[in-house]
Design a protein around this ligand. Structure first.
Ligand SMILES: C[S@@+](CC[C@H](N)C(=O)[O-])C[C@H]1O[C@@H](n2cnc3c(N)ncnc32)[C@H](O)[C@@H]1O
Length: 454
């Protein structure tokens, strides 16, 4: 039975304000929720989203955001009274209440992190799409990226792209605190890939910069630093130990300019080299691109001569993989909104004459193409998902199979409900832990016309 939650101390809540920030509650931690926190309730019945806790624990939770009238409060577990067997001491010295906001699950064993992500996916599928794991063709597991099966306490060095925030007072690189613009200065980010750590960003003075992004490409030695100056900030002379290209973001226009070196990095995946210019999307985990291509191709089973769509195609990862498999008689149309990414995609796929890349938003370009039928579709939308209108358009194209690559299980679940309205069912769903130590998770759903599944 759940024990009665206790208020343990009144913090800074004053008479003229109804803020509960600083208030502490002794609570029992309930299930995990989407976003890297768990759910608890105060004695007054208010919902608490508690970070740094694990299901089944008893903790003292200190409110970080929220008011007496709010439907829910945000809080940090500041003392653990009864620990879960899944708890470990966070290996990262910068993790914990009020500290770096980059990782959500440093305090959970790796297997437990994947289980928590699985519970979040299951909950989102049920609540937003009315699907059980069985109905989604999912075994309920979240697979580690190959090579990431490390013992508890060890941290995979997976982040090939790290955006450091610069402390305006000291010029020191750090990472943003959770839901804050404040910078947590760090000497070393444990989840950064070796190629990023070797650049030594944390050891330099970046006075005048707002952010410094460090990129270490996979499968090539390309390294890049992207500087965003503060208004009026002077660009530092960047002399790093490694050969590295340097780009600068114009603080007024957001445009990216080359300072020195190549304006792109070369990323290897699916046996091909992809040029990725500044601002262009590329998966962050070094195994992600290959893992996802494999899952998508195993699910779609492309045939020679197929006509396929790659929507939200970035620099052409899936379009290239499809073109490779459907041969000279097939055709692929990619659609991508980013101008620079489209230039890169056209360059990357120049060897395939039957691949065409259109620049613009899927929702406006796709209807203009006049396409009424395709064999296969890959869609890999941003966090917001594809939305009802685009899904309705896709379900009218009579595709044999559709692969939906999703970085947000909530958006995936919403869109799966729209696909069902359009006559599609989920054939299989697979989930991959391509963001260890954080709450993020990647899913690949394979859909087919519902009539086929009967
Ligand atoms: C998650 S990334 C996937 C990129 C690519 N499939 C890959 O795996 O490398 C989503 C891409 O969609 C693009 N994008 C965002 N909104 C879009 C829209 N409405 N229409 C077309 N592309 C969009 C972004 O620029 C980004 O390249």
């Amino acid at each position: 039975m759940q024990a009665e939650p206790k208020k343990t101390q009144v913090g800074q809540a004053g008479p003229e304000t109804d803020t509960l920030v600083g208030q502490e509650y002794e609570v029992e931690i309930g299930p995990v929720a989407h976003g890297g926190h768990c759910i608890a309730r105060t004695a007054e019945g208010q919902v608490l989203f508690v970070r740094h806790a694990l299901p089944g624990e008893r903790v003292v939770a200190r409110v970080t955001e929220g008011e007496e009238v709010a439907r829910f409060l945000r809080a940090d577990a500041v003392r653990v009274l009864e620990a879960s067997k899944d708890r470990v001491e966070a290996p990262c010295p910068y993790a914990g209440p009020g500290r770096c906001g980059g990782c959500d699950w440093q305090h959970a064993k790796p297997g437990a992190q994947r289980r928590l992500k699985g519970e979040v996916i299951a909950e989102q599928l049920k609540r937003l799409a009315g699907l059980t794991p069985e109905e989604a063709g999912w075994d309920g597991t979240v697979m580690p990226a190959e090579g990431d099966k490390l013992p508890a306490g060890e941290v995979p060095q997976w982040r090939t792209r790290v955006q450091y925030a610069i402390d305006p007072a000291t010029g020191h690189a750090g990472l943003r605190r959770h839901r804050s613009h404040e910078v947590e200065p760090v000497e070393h980010c444990m989840i950064a890939a070796q190629g990023v750590s070797e650049l030594g960003i944390e050891q330099r003075d970046w006075t005048g910069m707002e952010t410094v992004e460090a990129i270490a490409a996979t499968g090539s030695q390309d390294r890049q630093v992207v500087l965003t100056p503060r208004p009026g900030g002077r660009l530092p002379l960047v002399e790093l130990d490694k050969p590295v290209s340097v780009l600068r973001v114009d603080e007024k226009t957001g445009g990216v300019h080359r300072v020195h070196g190549r304006p792109f990095v070369r990323e290897r995946a699916d046996g091909r080299t992809h040029r990725v210019g500044a601002g262009g999307f590329w998966q962050v985990h070094p195994k992600a691109a290959d893992t996802l291509v494999k899952a998508v191709m195993q699910g779609l089973l492309p045939r020679k001569g197929d006509m396929a769509l790659d929507l939200y195609c970035g620099v052409g990862l899936f379009a290239g993989a499809l073109a490779d498999r459907i041969g000279d008689k097939g055709a692929v149309l990619g659609i991508e909104s980013g101008k620079r990414a489209v230039t890169d995609a056209r360059h990357n796929l120049a060897e395939f004459p039957r691949v065409r890349i259109e620049q613009g938003k899927v929702e406006s370009v796709l209807p203009r193409t006049g396409i009424t039928e395709v064999d296969l579709i890959v869609l890999d939308p941003p966090r917001a998902g594809a939305g009802r209108q685009t899904v309705a358009h896709l379900t009218a194209l009579s595709a044999r199979r559709i692969a939906y690559v999703a970085c947000d299980p909530a958006a995936l679940a919403r869109d799966l409900a729209y696909f069902r309205e359009g006559g599609y069912r989920v054939r299989t769903l697979r989930a991959f832990d391509l963001f260890p130590m954080t709450h993020h998770v990647e899913c690949v759903a394979i859909l087919e016309p519902a009539a086929k599944g009967l």
